[in-house]
Design a protein around this ligand. Structure first.
Ligand SMILES: CC1=C(O)/C(=C\N=C(/Cc2ccccc2)C(=O)O)C(COP(=O)(O)O)=CN1
Length: 456
């Protein structure tokens, strides 16, 4: 088997600054041991997120010059609308400034206070907007998704028995919609199979329940279907994407991931009445219905990004780079979530630091230690991110206590992945001497963004 390289070459570079250990000690103390509060200039390899951090192509930069900045009816909107209709297949499109903008609108328009929103594992902003709209999130993902060592090929799948039990217990009229994410970020970027979404569709049709898709990383999900699911090996990514979406009633997307732009989002539905309400809400919260909080140039770059994101050779290289890092780590028996997901390597902080109890924030500790060792920034995806149960006020205690190494698209080279793996190994080799953290400042909403910690 011959080696395989990215289907692009680099035309412009952005210099990186290497820092010293004492610079990083000082920077991290100022950031309250929270990688979200670090300055970018103090970060060497930034694996905090794949959101908005992806490299645009020369054609996307050219699209920036084609911005039609008319307040109403921008040419760029109609191009974006047509591109989303073509590739995702939905009828009506509403642009938003980013994913959260879309989550806010769909939650307000499609949830009545007290209704249930079953979903395949929570995502922080998605659940928050569902709760702010009075919805009650219920996790209906298969049990394997909560087991970092389970090798189930589609850990993002919905457990049909859990979903049907909820519908029968609460009544279909008390289910706002099924909130389906493909891939599932908090489970480790794990995909949903075509068979599963088809089965969810037929179950929901029996009860008259809607399905809305979080399409943020649906191209990566399509790749796993092409690679792992019977009957899809010879289907293109674009065909698989469109078929998957055809089983849902609408979708929202943070275009800052798959669509290769630094800002942007969209919402799309097939129902005309729901669209009327969304189109009305967007002018209240995001801007006119033909720009939704974006400049014309951003919408043009997003349309080009969508066209590039469905190219089979591009997505194979993208997933291949994540897999390459995963294999380096598993060769050293470093515990990560398996199978390797679409956008990141998730270090299993519980197995990495078995001596640190969850209340002492093992995943936050691991992100801090990795930064101190090498200037590599990662993101806590454990108890700090899980927040507090609004009913009891106590922490949620998630089974998954993970530190995410999120790989931006078309940004880093294989040499950077080698450096990352060696840094993780250095921290792993020193794990016995590592102590946990205590939280010394806790904000009210989405605490992980701005919380501050100190060493125990
Ligand atoms: C599946 C999914 C996402 O992953 C997503 C954002 N992810 C992000 C960005 C983020 C957001 C909140 C906390 C930490 C990091 C990620 O680092 O993973 C959003 C919101 O989109 P938005 O950021 O454009 O508002 C909707 N759905």
């Amino acid at each position: 088997r011959r080696s395989w390289a990215e289907p692009w070459k680099i035309k412009m570079v952005e210099p990186l600054r290497v820092t010293t250990r004492e610079e990083r000690e000082r920077a991290l103390a100022e950031a309250g041991y929270n990688t979200f509060l670090l300055r970018s200039e103090d970060v060497y390899i930034d694996l905090l997120t794949d959101s908005g951090t992806n490299a645009m192509s020369d054609r996307q930069w050219a699209a920036i010059m084609l911005g039609d900045e008319a307040y109403a009816g921008s040419r760029n909107f109609y191009r974006l609308e047509a591109t989303i209709q073509q590739y995702y297949g939905y009828r009506y499109v509403v642009p938003t400034h980013q994913g959260r903008g879309a989550e806010h609108l769909i939650s307000r328009a499609a949830i009545r206070p007290g209704q249930y929103v079953p979903g395949n594992m929570y995502f922080t902003t998605t659940r928050l907007h569902q709760e702010l709209a009075g919805g009650i999130f219920v996790d209906v993902i298969i049990d394997e998704a909560h087991d970092p060592q389970s090798l189930h090929p589609f850990k993002g799948n919905v457990d049909l028995d859990k979903l049907e039990a909820l519908i029968r217990r609460e009544g279909a009229q008390n289910i706002a919609y099924v909130s389906l994410a493909g891939t599932v970020n908090m489970a480790g970027g794990q995909p949903v199979s075509m068979a599963n979404v088809r089965a969810v569709r037929s179950l929901c049709d029996r009860y008259g329940v809607r399905i809305f898709l979080d399409a943020t990383r649906m191209i990566e999900n399509a790749f796993f279907i092409q690679e792992r699911e019977e009957g899809y090996a010879n289907r293109s990514i674009a065909e698989i994407l469109k078929e998957f979406c055809s089983y849902t009633d609408g979708a929202w997307m943070s275009a800052k991931k798959d669509a290769l732009v630094n800002i942007g989002g969209w919402l799309a539905v097939n129902d005309a009445e729901l669209f009327d309400e969304l189109r009305n809400l967007v002018v209240v919260y995001e801007g006119l219905h033909t720009y939704g909080g974006l400049a014309g140039r951003d919408m043009e770059a997003m349309a080009v990004g969508i066209e590039e994101s469905v190219q089979d050779d591009y997505i194979r290289a993208r997933i291949g780079q994540v897999r390459y890092l995963g294999e380096l780590l598993t060769d050293w028996d470093i515990p990560i979530v398996q199978p390797v997901g679409g956008h990141a390597i998730f270090l299993d902080a519980r197995r990495f630091y078995p001596h640190i109890p969850q209340r002492e924030f093992p995943a936050q500790t691991l992100a801090a230690e990795l930064y101190l060792d090498s200037g590599i920034r990662s993101m806590e995806r454990g108890i700090a991110s899980a927040g507090r149960d609004p009913k009891t006020g106590d922490h949620y205690y998630p089974k998954l206590e993970l530190t995410r190494l999120t790989i931006p698209r078309r940004v880093y080279t294989q040499a950077h992945m080698d450096v990352v793996a060696e840094a993780v190994k250095a921290v792993y080799d020193a794990r016995a001497q590592t102590r946990g953290l205590r939280m010394v400042y806790e904000p009210k909403y989405l605490r992980f963004f701005q919380a501050r910690f100190e060493r125990l």
